[in-house]
Design a protein around this ligand. Structure first.
Ligand SMILES: NC(=O)c1ccc[n+]([C@@H]2O[C@H](COP(=O)([O-])OP(=O)(O)OC[C@H]3O[C@@H](n4cnc5c(N)ncnc54)[C@H](O)[C@@H]3O)[C@@H](O)[C@H]2O)c1
Length: 390
């Protein structure tokens, strides 16, 4: 008799049918998780998305999704301002929740979600910080944790894109009421901050930020625009934008390490590039999402090395997260698959998420960091995380 697949008895539903919701569906299918249906902004959009993705159900409403007894796990992949209410409702309906970043828009919302999740330890509650799950980021984290590089002195890097370069580029993310008062920092900088925390184990203690809005007015197409849809705008209206296109942030970590990163959504030619460089006692490490299958290792007294993603060259604990042989690139969709596998394995085995998994507490930490960065930029001064009120 053949063994039953560990995820076959589970069921998932995805909220959000734009850019990343369908990416969730694809990664779930690769893992053998049955996807029961999808919810869009309106019933007809749910139906269209279900048809396009070959899913059984396009839900009428959030209530219909939460009432589906075949759904144990809810993926929240809607615009940011909906995360709090949708994640809360899903937890209260007894579901496991995997929420896209940011977990919610303010520290008080994220604190409330952390509290609700803590009251329900049998329900898994995670945040989709997928970049942690590139094999070479897991390898970098393992090497630093094992002490191979000694004490970390400094971490620098950036997350840079170009899709909002022109004033005619528009997405709900530019509006503070839909995405939060920080844009580039909260949308992509949060990935950088989370990744650096996951890789180095360091925690930011204080920040000093400078933010700039290149386009204080953008031209908004009439009607809904999904991310990276590439739809040409025919009929537009001007809309005032207060969120930043660019940000630069100095960091101080607990223990004395320092760092700096910048974010931009207006750098031509940089489609989606996150990079970091870590300076430590016995060497340096650098990773670049445009070349995700290479980890640069800097040395003072020998030649620098380039580690290629090859399961046979990775630490034993990291090997299961690289599913193709060396020379066969793994990238963005694979990182989702690995994150989901970690999440669903815990759910299927009815055990807590591993400590290395981004949980709601990590989502709350990001909200606190964003609040500190915003305050620092507004008041043009260093801000300690310890002073941020929830
Ligand atoms: N982890 C990552 O790498 C990653 C990448 C992209 C986006 N995201 C996050 O995912 C979320 C969605 O981003 P996106 O780029 O897919 O945006 P998008 O605009 O392309 O898609 C959002 C979808 O939500 C739907 N929606 C709107 N209101 C809704 C409602 N009330 N109920 C259900 N669905 C509703 C819209 O119809 C749309 O299909 C954001 O929070 C974003 O930060 C994460």
């Amino acid at each position: 008799m053949s063994a039953v697949h560990p995820f076959r008895s589970l069921g998932a539903a995805v909220i959000g049918s734009g850019f990343i919701g369908p990416a969730h569906v694809e990664a779930l299918r690769r893992l053998g998780v049955p996807v029961r249906g999808i919810l869009g902004s309106r019933p007809e959009r749910s139906r269209q998305a279900a048809d396009a993705l070959g899913l059984e159900r396009g839900y009428e409403s959030l209530d219909a999704l939460l009432a589906d007894p075949r759904v144990q796990v809810v993926h929240v992949a809607s615009p940011n301002h909906l995360h709090f209410s949708q994640a809360k409702a899903a937890l209260e309906a007894g579901k496991h929740v995997l929420c896209e970043k940011p977990l919610a828009m303010t520290p008080s919302e994220t604190a409330e979600l952390v509290r609700l999740a803590a009251e329900r330890p049998a329900q898994a509650a995670g945040v989709c910080f997928n970049i942690r799950y590139y094999p070479l980021n897991l390898e970098a984290a393992t090497r630093l944790r094992d002490g191979a590089l000694g004490r970390v002195f400094a971490v620098n890097g950036s997350y840079v894109q170009d899709w909002l370069l022109y004033e005619t580029d528009y997405n709900w993310r530019v509006l503070a009421e839909q995405a939060g008062p920080l844009r580039a920092v909260a949308d992509i900088g949060a990935h950088w901050l989370d990744l650096v925390h996951a890789v180095t184990g360091l925690t930011v203690e204080s920040v000093c930020a400078d933010l700039a809005t290149v386009h204080p007015v953008r031209l908004r197409p009439k009607g809904e625009v999904e991310t990276f849809s590439g739809a040409a705008a025919r009929d537009t209206e001007p809309v005032a934008v207060s969120t930043e296109d660019y940000g630069a942030v100095l960091l101080r970590f607990a223990g004395g390490a320092c760092g700096a990163f910048h974010v931009s959504q207006v750098t031509a030619g940089r489609k989606n590039r996150l990079c970091y460089e870590i300076a430590a006692e016995k060497g340096a490490l650098a990773w670049d999402s445009e070349r995700p299958n290479e980890l640069w290792q800097g040395a003072r007294e020998s030649a620098n090395q380039l580690l290629l993603k090859d399961p046979s060259l990775l630490s034993p604990a990291v090997r299961p997260f690289a599913n193709y042989p060396g020379g066969h690139n793994e990238g963005f969709p694979d990182a989702f698959k690995q994150l989901f596998r970690a999440f669903y394995s815990a759910v299927a085995e009815q055990r807590p998420l591993p400590a290395s998994f981004p949980g709601f507490a990590d989502g709350h930490d990001e909200a606190l960091l964003c609040a500190a960065i915003l305050l620092s930029a507004r008041e043009r001064r260093w801000v300690d995380l310890a002073g941020i009120a929830v």
